[in-house]
Design a protein around this ligand. Sequence first.
Ligand SMILES: Nc1ncnc2c1ncn2[C@@H]1O[C@H](COP(=O)(O)OP(=O)(O)OP(=O)(O)O)[C@@H](O)[C@H]1O
Ligand SMILES: [Mg+2]
Length: 593
Amino acid sequence: MSRRIQVLPDSLTNQIAAGEVVERPASVVKELIENSLDAAATRITVSIANGGRTEIRVADDGCGMNRDDALLSLDRHATSKIVSIDDLRAIRSFGFRGEALPSIASVSRLTLETAESGDVGTRVRVTAGKILGVEDCARQRGTTVSVRNLFVNVPARAKFLRSAAVETRAVTDVVIALALSNLTTAFSLSSNGRLLLELPATPDLVSRIASLWGDDVASRLIPISHTAPGISVAGLVERPDASLTGPRRVHLFVRGRPFRDRELVWAAERAYRTTVPHGARPSLLLYLQVGEGDVDVNVHPSKAEVRFRDRSQVEQSVESAVRGALGRVDSAATLDRYPAPPQLLRSTPRPDAAADGGITSQLAFFVPASEPTPPASAGDGEPRPDADGVPGGETAPPLPTTRPLLWQIHDSYILAATRSGLLIIDQHSAHERVLFEALMRAFDEGGQPSQRLLFPLTLRFSPGEYAAVEANRELLERAGFEIEPFGGRTVIVHAAPTPHPYFDAERCLREVLTDLASGSELTRAAHNQFERLAMTFACKAAIKAGQPLGPAELELLFERLFATELPYHDVHGRPTVIRLSLHELERRFGRHG
Ligand SMILES: Nc1ncnc2c1ncn2[C@@H]1O[C@H](COP(=O)(O)OP(=O)(O)OP(=O)(O)O)[C@@H](O)[C@H]1O
Ligand SMILES: [Mg+2]
């Protein structure tokens, strides 16, 4: 009886594996660089020709291989990186399958030159999976793999390759991703003899970013950090005010490996809510550390995705890390040419790195030295009757004894001298943030205080506005508007909130309803009905530009602003504060630097 089932020859299984591992030149570059990193290279030189189609060369100064290992490395499932399944759980190397080299060799002309030390090494030449020759060669410690004529024997694959420019871009992206997670290795990339990237080894992420994309990009990013049991998240994310221009860059790493994960990106984006306008796409560089066994890296053929044991914890940690950073002063818009002095931004993506790179010390001004609470939590969390807004009634607990000097200009902006420079506060935006957070808190706690009107207002609305009254009646009530339908499209307003003494309840209510009825840009940015109403209310009820404020009112607004979670951003994604550092003033007046 003849058998129908047969075991495939190695040459064929390698080609099949190559179908998954080697999709395009960029995948070859990724596998070769990862091997170099696993070999502890301190310098990796990549060169490609014609988008990698005609040649890819990756040279390193890593541990190299002796002749036996060099030959074995081209066999399928030959790896030096794991011996048991337990090793895979705790994997620290990029490689573990023993598939990359034989797969690449099966679809190209590959030359491997390698030496463990000194002058003599081994050269192995392979074409379409067949070893054509093994010989001695002169070389230094390390390994160079050149891959020519990729897909020479798989024309169907070759057809899927895009233009040289597109493939070069994909190769560049791969080098960038690995360079962002291996700072102490120097990288270079050239294409057709032209140098595209030259990245010296560095201990810190910001200087690597500066070598990749320039100082300007580096200065738009702020450090993030969050640690919870079993997980830490560090990295850099874009300042909200900077996220509206320039290309977006997103890089995720877990235990040093680049990976893709749309939902984690969304988690980070959720943290930006109310600080950026609808549709803004901030750059994100997130470095996750989780325990061994809490992430499975063996779930995707080219290792582009991973699986977390506790996904929701990871998402929450990412969100908290980003949210925390957006409440700090370095997330504020700035007039400085290089926003934070370099030492504030230097932070390596390690969980044990200082949490905020010294940013808290900048804030010390707002809190007396004896007071341990940071300003972001200086509020007591209670909505305060008649003191949600600028002036009026009982004020909050005594704040800093050392208050900054406040000065209102053009009846619209407040200048505040701080220890490290100057803050320019937009009184309307600042009050908007204060009212938004107060109302969101009030929604949780039953409602916002209101005042009965001596003369109730009788208001008639358009059909759209009236529909908005009906749809939001309960929320409006919790916001302090006591509304009674009066037949037709008329209502009587018996009570209204009192965010400040210059408040015009009728005008505010009408504007809120117009916005809710028409679905403004602002209401689209909201994540739910509470946010929608709180944003609209805050925007319409906040103190206006052009309103003169007395010293006590300025102080109260200042104090309220810095008791919010995100004092530096209004709910439209505009800044509430623009800062100018003493450092920058000194620079501009030629005092130094
Ligand atoms: N640049 C290099 N320097 C030193 N040794 C190398 C280098 N490249 C490959 N090797 C050796 O060859 C072996 C096979 O490499 P290959 O990339 O095929 O598999 P791997 O890295 O073990 O696993 P994976 O298929 O997951 O990448 C490696 O385990 C390593 O021992
Ligand atoms: Mg490998």
